[in-house]
Design a protein around this ligand. Structure first.
Ligand code: FES
Ligand SMILES: [Fe+2]
Length: 356
């Protein structure tokens, strides 16, 4: 018993010391690798923690995900095309079916047999406008769920999506998103001011940080939407700003009017892809809610992307910082002089998750 306790505390200490910039992902979660509309009749190649994966649809629009590696000479299957529900490799035209079997080779001779080689299959599903892949142990896929994004289909929310593509470890991105003190960077794009971390919770797979802040936006009149384009129209008022790290993703609410998600797709140790999704709420417009759903759907679709400039502007400014941090780390790794205790919790979660 004594030695067990010693072992545990040794392990805890060594995890606590482990360099978070070297931590891997926990593959036993669902990762958003594409928007639903991005996967059409062409193969869509992605990488999750250096694992190349190809996603494609068959003729019934069903999604499939396979290792992006031809069993013949190991080139990427995503360079080929989808033919009769199979993936046809660009190089010699071998065809791989959705279960990962080689089913056709154009130059197979009569006395030759199809090679018995299996391409790895990954669990894949479509939910709330995104394609999610489970890169870990397939047997565990049913025990987890992709992050729910109920606003995606809700008629009261207008969505804008921006892609984050940065040469930095995913920890830099999640720390940026959980640290509301970096509003200083965003100038005209800033949605909040004067944040103060009031409460911090760590629960299993997630961290929640509650800040009191001043919001620049209040969407209660139809013209309020123009605050997204004209900073001079914004008026500061106090709001609760909540940021959460439901591993491996991120979500945030600012008062009643905004909800933001970031869906992480870490491609490797120093490269992260993610989708940032911003929702503007139309909850305050009660008269709008009485209109037929068809019209409300039209409004929702017509206003899709209305915060694009704001969101892309924020992303551009953040990515410069994240890539600077990564470069500085590569040159000389040293721990940051961090004052925000939310980031201690974030790093703790990254360390425990990376152990699976
Ligand atoms: S490498 Fe794919 S068919 Fe030859
Ligand atoms: Fe930011």
């Amino acid at each position: 018993m004594q030695s067990l306790q010693t072992d545990n505390s040794d392990t805890a200490q060594s995890i606590g010391r482990a360099d978070v910039r070297q931590m891997g992902i926990n593959p036993n979660h669902w990762y958003a690798v594409a928007r639903s509309t991005e996967v059409t009749d062409k193969p869509w190649g992605v990488a999750l923690w250096d694992e190349p994966i190809v996603v494609f649809r068959d003729r019934t629009q069903t999604l499939h995900a396979l290792a992006d590696r031809c069993p013949h000479r190991f080139v990427k299957l995503s360079r080929g095309q989808v033919v009769n529900d199979t993936l046809e490799c660009a190089y010699h035209g071998w065809r791989i079916d959705a279960a990962g079997n080689t089913v056709e080779i154009p130059y197979l001779e009569e006395n030759q047999k199809l090679p018995n080689c299996q391409v790895r299959q990954f669990p894949v599903k479509e939910q709330d406008g995104f394609v999610w892949v489970f890169p870990g142990d397939s047997a565990l896929a049913a025990t987890k769920e992709p992050l729910p994004i109920p606003e995606w289909n809700h008629l009261n929310y207008i969505a804008t999506v921006s892609v984050i593509d940065c040469e930095a470890h995913f920890s830099y991105l999640i720390e940026n998103l959980m640290d509301m003190y970096h509003g200083h960077l965003h100038q005209n794009y800033q949605a909040w001011a004067d944040p103060k971390l009031e409460r911090l919770e760590e629960n299993g797979d997630r961290v929640d940080a509650y800040y009191q802040a001043q919001s620049y936006y209040r969407i209660d009149k139809i013209w309020s939407i123009s605050q997204l384009f004209f900073p001079s129209l914004r008026r500061l008022h106090p709001e609760l700003l909540t940021v959460s790290y439901p591993y491996p993703n991120w979500s945030s609410t600012l008062g009643e009017d905004f909800k933001i998600y970031c869906l992480f797709s870490p491609t490797g140790l120093t490269h992260t892809r993610a989708y940032l999704i911003h929702f503007t709420s139309l909850n305050a417009f009660h008269r709008l809610h009485k209109l037929p759903d068809r019209f409300r759907r039209f409004v929702k679709n017509s206003l899709f992307g209305s915060a694009q400039k704001l969101l892309d502007g924020l992303v551009e400014q953040d990515v410069i910082m994240l890539e600077d941090e990564q470069q500085a780390y590569l040159k000389q790794p040293e721990p940051a002089r961090e004052l925000n205790r939310a980031l201690v919790s974030v790093q703790r979660l990254i360390r425990t998750q990376s152990r699976g």
